[in-house]
Ligand binder design. Structure first.
Ligand SMILES: Nc1ncnc2c1ncn2[C@@H]1O[C@H](COP(=O)(O)OP(=O)(O)O)[C@@H](O)[C@H]1O
Ligand SMILES: [Mg+2]
Length: 181
C-alpha cells in the first residue's frame, strides 16, 4: 500500500514527501483502540516517536493513555494520565526510558518544541505526539504517524492507518499489531 489519501480535515497536514501508508485497519470501538495500544507498547524502544494524527475526537488521547498505561504497567482506573492540552507535554518514568506525551494543538511556534525539550526527548525517550500537524512538514525521520479517522458510514469505529518514511524500522516493528493486535 503506498498512496496516502490527503487528510479529510484541512487542519491536518499531509505527511512529508517520501512518507507512505503501510497498513490500515478498522478499530471497531474504544476497546479495539486499547487493544492496539497494548499490542504496540512492547514493540516500542527508546528513541521511538509516534505521531498521532486525527481530528478532534478521533481517539488520539484515548490511544496515548492506553499506550502509556501499558508501558507503565498500570491498569485502567489506576494512576492518573493527565491531558497535556494546556501544559503541551507530560512525561513519565518508564521502565527502560522516559515516556513523553505531547499535545501540540496549542503550539504557537514550531520552535517551541525546543523550549519544551521535546526535540531532545525524541532522541532517547518514547514520545507520543498529538497534533503533529503543528510541526509539519518537519516530522522526525525516525518517527511514524498513526492516523485515526472516522469514516463516512462508520458510526462507531475508527480507521487507523500507519504512515511512515521509507525504510522505517519502527514501521516494520508495528506492522504485526496493525495486522492482528
Ligand atoms: N475505535 C474507536 N471507535 C469509537 N470511538 C473511539 C474509538 N477509540 C476511541 N474512541 C472514543 O473517541 C472519543 C474521543 O477520543 P479522544 O482520545 O479524546 O480524541 P482526540 O484526543 O483525538 O481528540 C473518546 O470517547 C474515545 O473513547
Ligand atoms: Mg486529545
Amino acid at each position: 500500500m503506498t498512496a496516502i489519501a490527503p487528510p479529510s480535515d484541512p487542519d491536518l497536514a499531509t505527511p512529508p514527501p517520501g512518507w507512505t501508508a503501510r497498513s490500515s485497519r478498522l478499530l471497531s470501538g474504544p476497546a479495539a483502540t486499547d487493544a492496539l495500544a497494548r499490542a504496540v507498547a512492547p514493540r516500542l524502544a527508546p528513541g521511538d516517536t509516534l505521531l498521532l494524527q486525527g481530528q478532534l475526537g478521533a481517539g488520539k488521547s484515548h490511544f496515548a493513555r492506553a499506550l502509556i498505561r501499558a508501558l507503565l504497567g498500570i491498569e485502567e482506573g489506576q494512576g492518573e494520565i493527565p491531558s497535556p492540552t494546556f501544559t503541551l507535554v507530560q512525561s513519565y518514568d518508564g521502565a527502560g526510558s522516559e515516556i513523553w506525551h505531547a499535545d501540540l494543538y496549542r503550539l504557537s511556534d514550531p520552535q517551541e518544541i525546543v523550549e519544551l525539550g521535546l526535540d531532545i526527548a525524541m532522541d532517547d525517550a518514547i514520545c507520543l505526539i498529538e497534533w503533529p500537524d503543528r510541526i509539519a512538514p518537519d516530522w522526525p525521520a525516525r518517527a511514524v504517524c498513526l492516523r485515526l479517522e472516522t469514516l463516512p458510514g462508520l458510526h462507531e469505529g475508527r480507521e487507523a492507518t500507519l504512515i511512515a518514511p521509507e525504510g522505517s524500522d519502527l514501521a516494520r516493528r508495528l506492522l504485526a499489531p496493525m495486522i492482528r493486535p
